[in-house]
Design a protein around this ligand. Sequence first.
Ligand code: NI
Length: 177
Amino acid sequence: MIGYHKSMAVLPIKTYPDRVLKEKTAPVTEFDSDLKNLIDNMIETMYAAPGVGLAANQVGISKQLVVIDASARDEDGSLIVLINPVILCSEGTEDSEEGCLSLPEYTTVIKRALKVKVEGLDRDGGPVVIESDGFLAKVLQHEIDHLNGMLLIDRIGRIKREFFNKRYAREHAAGNK
Ligand code: NI
């Protein structure tokens, strides 16, 4: 490391039912040092959790920015910074078990596209295209859902949702705003 290094920080993660998680995020327009600090802190926070992905609204910043590292479960995985992402196309469906740092101790099986192609920008504003039919595809869809104000529980069926509302939501009501 040469020169000035601003130390990174682990940020507090917002959990259900925090309202910021329900809001649609705004596109990033400024690729300045504040954005770079936020990205570095989000990476630190994701690894510390530990998690495979983190969206900016999960740390209370309502912007279209995610960090992902699916390498533990996907041989094509590596650290990805993705800004203003858009799913260009998707193919197939697959059920898999997912959890979320904003829903501690909750996991559920949900249906996602098997394969996606996503376009976005990197930390410097350069274009990025990512294609995956592995675990990374699921993480990309999960994180992009976050940016649209959606959680796992917005994709489960009615019966599962009723169970969630009865059990999980009640147990976590202390965090209600
Ligand atoms: Ni999540």
